[in-house]
Ligand binder design. Structure first.
Ligand SMILES: NC(=O)c1ccc[n+]([C@@H]2O[C@H](COP(=O)([O-])OP(=O)(O)OC[C@H]3O[C@@H](n4cnc5c(N)ncnc54)[C@H](OP(=O)(O)O)[C@@H]3O)[C@@H](O)[C@H]2O)c1
Length: 303
């Protein structure tokens, strides 16, 4: 590819204002080999985020035509958790628009097919729905396509799954999961960017339908708690039956099914040693461990 200023290939990043797309934008810019076009439903609120910031709305396919004009590569992520999101419809619209615009390389952020892995035992639509989009990306016939697999974000531990005050007064987690079972593939989601940027830079090695999971650590919940407590925390873990957890808040059933799946099959669902090694090679290094991330991002509260 050309590296002359102004003549670099252009990568359009969906979700550029979020965790995954934001990581892709920063890593692509750090590599310096591509120009980056950030897509947002509200481009005016994010000026300066990338070389270009343009409107792109997966629910309004007409915006994608202009957004993908002149683009070499597209990073595509859909947000299951947005109320009313139809990931399949959104991804199909993006794939069609990319194909029509002559895009050469699509990197799709997928997740394992829980339905297939568990023989239908667990229903985890935010995983399986993404896996079912893989054939759409594959069969579109791009010159190159890549599947990246986001892990359980470390960031969840200070976000949606931050430790809560427990009945006994301690701070910790009450989850429907056996804390002794090593089953959580996890990572600093900011590290996904290096895999995405590496895939665009190395299409011969990573652009033929390879699966590239980000895994900074693979732990049981007890190991997660021990790792944090070695840094001065006093977190606790309490195992809750899935059927009890499922009644606790709207959406809890989906979370309970997700943890039950992790416990039975692990997050990635199968031995992914070779895929993780390839992802690390494409990224140009190993991702952050939980311990290293927590030292920077998990402040110890005074007792
Ligand atoms: N948390 C985890 O551990 C985990 C693990 C694996 C996978 N995931 C998956 O990650 C996905 C969310 O990604 P994230 O964490 O990067 O999201 P995020 O940080 O919550 O940001 C959501 C992004 O989606 C964009 N977006 C939402 N609706 C859009 C639309 N209609 N058209 C175009 N862009 C739209 C938003 O852009 P604007 O608002 O600027 O338009 C924003 O950049 C979910 O599907 C989830 O299942 C999460």
């Amino acid at each position: 590819m050309s590296t002359a200023a102004g003549n670099k290939q252009l990568i359009a990043v969906i979700g550029a204002t979020g965790h995954q797309g934001g990581a892709a934008v920063r890593a692509l810019q750090a590599r310096g080999e591509f120009r980056v076009r950030a897509l947002s439903r509200n481009p005016d609120q994010h000026r300066g985020l990338a070389d270009e910031v343009v409107e792109g709305n997966l629910d309004r396919p007409e915006t994608l035509k202009a957004a993908f004009q002149g683009v070499h590569g597209v990073f595509l992520v859909t947000n299951f958790w947005n109320e009313g999101t139809d990931e399949r419809k959104q991804a199909t619209a993006a794939v069609d628009a990319a194909k029509n615009a002559g895009v050469k390389h699509v990197v799709w952020s997928t997740l394992p097919n829980v339905e297939a892995i568990s023989g239908g035992t667990f229903n985890v639509p935010h995983f399986t729905g993404k896996a079912k989009i893989d054939p759409i990306v594959k069969e579109a016939g791009f010159a190159h396509h890549t599947f990246v697999v986001a892990p359980f974000y470390y960031q969840n531990l200070v976000g949606a799954l931050a430790p809560q005050k427990q009945a006994n007064g301690s701070l910790g987690w009450a989850l429907p999961l056996d804390p002794d079972v090593r089953c959580v593939h996890m990572g600093d989601i900011r590290d996904l960017g290096n895999i995405v940027a590496g895939a665009f830079a190395h299409p011969d090695e990573a652009g033929n339908g390879e699966y590239l999971p980000l895994v900074g650590d693979f732990m049981s919940f007890n190991e997660i708690v021990e790792t944090l407590n070695r840094q001065g925390h006093k977190f606790t873990f309490n195992q809750v039956p899935p059927e009890v957890f499922a009644t606790l808040f709207p959406g809890a059933l989906e979370i309970a099914e997700t943890f039950s799946y992790f416990q039975a099959h692990t997050y990635l669902g199968s031995d992914s040693t070779d895929r993780i090694a390839l992802a690390n090679r494409i990224a140009g290094g190993r991702p952050s461990t939980l311990s290293a991330w927590a030292r920077e991002n998990f402040s110890v509260q005074a007792a």
